[in-house]
Design a protein around this ligand. Structure first.
Ligand SMILES: O=c1ccn([C@@H]2O[C@H](COP(=O)(O)OP(=O)(O)O)[C@@H](O)[C@H]2O)c(=O)[nH]1
Ligand SMILES: [Ca+2]
Length: 442
């Protein structure tokens, strides 16, 4: 482990991975203070102690391997945890992360080839985990929207091939180690990840961390309600209880299928659930006026274009998008006064439009997305090197946040890709949960 703290003597090629020591402040309890005194600069200040290596961690280190089989790519997360004493929570010490594109669903007709991409990633874990811990290190793959869109038969043969790769590896393969993940588990994993980052679960501090994830096909929202009222007003299937560290947590968590960014584009174009799309032209005021193009999505070909004769720009686009969003989502009162972490396409589109820096992330208000949407949509000719969907995507994000979830203009969103070199993803929470349920600690 000392070696790992020093970079593990690895070859220069591997240094590209986020293989650096991290001691996350699981017992840190100033999150509520940070939230209530939030300003754009100090969100993460004082959150983490300086990077350091645990002393004598050699015998109390354990690993977990989690694959995120997303619709646009497959990613491996190899987490290292250290448990300093039985009464303390394990601490996340580090992560190795790598990703490949395209996602597994692109190999629907070549399942062996798809599994081969997983094998190549898993080979990294052979190098990363010490051989005497292989048998104690679980490996799990959870697939999201991409596989949900495939036929049952194609999805299952992909999963079967991946399972074979796992069985042939020296790692621990738990029951149900390769599966399509339930949307609410995805949301729960994301929330648990952020709680772990903020030291939520360890101390007296029960304040919440909310997360928003915008995928290709679905979108998730999760937070830990503070008020009884919220629990009373929320439909039962939006509430999930989970046990952790001898406590029961009740989370508000929901995954809206069809509300991911790419599914939303189709809905806005009026092309969702249309039987015969061949030859039909779908037009929108959210697209450049002269645009005519084709888009392949979910095994279908769509022709789409701008409103040649009619209006284009922010206002008509917003009205179009509103039809897809308004009244479709549950709006818990409580979230209006909260700040949320936002991932995935929220992050990507904010980077694309220079609202945040790719490496640093940043804190935005909901109205920052709206302002940027206006700027892009009302000057589409200036943005013609960007994706033709940039205006539509930004308007959708704005409308989803404001009219969908009911956030205020000044609701703060923390756009985060990494915390101390660890990817912010549902995978950390899911791995932690898995290790706890398998009883893998010291
Ligand atoms: O570890 C990850 C996983 C996803 N994404 C982003 O999230 C978006 C949604 O992708 P994903 O393939 O996960 O789609 P889903 O299956 O969740 O709909 C992608 O464009 C990625 O940019 C990311 O940045 N890091
Ligand atoms: Ca995802």
């Amino acid at each position: 482990l000392t070696l790992l703290c020093l970079g593990n003597g690895e070859s220069p090629g591997k240094m590209a991975f986020s293989r650096f020591p991290i001691l996350l402040a699981l017992a840190f309890s100033s999150f509520s203070f940070v939230l209530s005194h939030l300003n754009r600069e100090m969100w993460f200040q004082d959150f983490f102690p300086p990077n350091m290596c645990p002393i004598n961690a050699k015998d109390n280190t354990f690993y977990g391997i989690m694959f995120d089989a997303g619709s646009t790519g497959t990613r491996i997360h190899i987490y290292t945890f250290v448990q300093k004493s039985p009464e303390n929570l394990p601490e996340l010490e580090g992560e190795i992360f790598e990703s490949v594109k395209p996602g597994l669903s692109a190999y629907a007709d070549q399942p062996e080839k798809g599994a081969e991409t997983v094998k190549r990633l898993l080979d990294m874990a052979i190098d990363a985990v010490p051989p005497h811990l292989w048998k104690k290190t679980p490996v799990v793959l959870k697939a999201t929207a991409g596989l949900r869109l495939l036929s049952e038969e194609k999805a299952q043969s992909l999963l079967l091939e991946v399972r074979e790769v796992f069985e042939e590896s020296p790692f621990l393969v738990p029951e149900d180690s390769v599966s399509i993940m339930d949307g609410s588990y995805e949301a729960l994993g994301a929330a648990l990840s952020m709680m772990l980052f903020a030291g939520q679960l360890s101390g007296q501090n029960q304040h919440t961390v909310g997360t928003l994830d915008l995928g290709g096909a679905s979108t998730q929202i999760t937070f830990l309600p503070q008020f009884e009222e919220t629990l009373k007003e929320t439909p039962g299937d939006f509430l999930t209880s989970f046990e952790m560290f001898n406590s029961t947590y009740k989370l508000y968590t929901h995954s809206y299928l069809g509300f991911g960014l790419k599914a939303a584009r189709l809905a806005i174009l009026g092309a969702l659930n249309v039987e015969a799309v061949d030859g039909q032209m779908f037009r929108s005021s959210c697209l450049p006026k002269q645009l005519e193009a084709e888009w392949h999505f979910g095994g279908m070909k769509y022709r789409y274009g701008g409103n040649k004769e009619g209006e284009t720009g922010f206002k008509p686009c917003y009205l179009e998008v509103l039809k897809v969003v308004e009244g479709k989502l549950h709006q818990p009162d409580e979230i209006r006064g909260r700040s949320f972490y936002a991932f995935s396409y929220y992050y990507d589109r904010a980077v694309d439009t220079n609202l945040i820096d790719y490496e640093q992330g940043g804190v935005l208000e909901v109205r920052d997305f709206e302002r940027k949407a206006e700027e892009v949509c009302d000057n589409m000719e200036k943005y013609n090197s960007a994706s033709p969907f940039l205006c539509m995507d930004l308007v959708y994000i704005t409308a989803l946040l404001k009219e969908g979830f009911g956030f205020r203009d000044n609701t703060l969103l923390q756009l985060t890709k990494k915390v101390n070199n660890v990817e912010t993803s549902w995978t950390l929470g899911a791995t932690f949960h898995l290790l706890q349920s398998l009883g893998i600690t010291y």
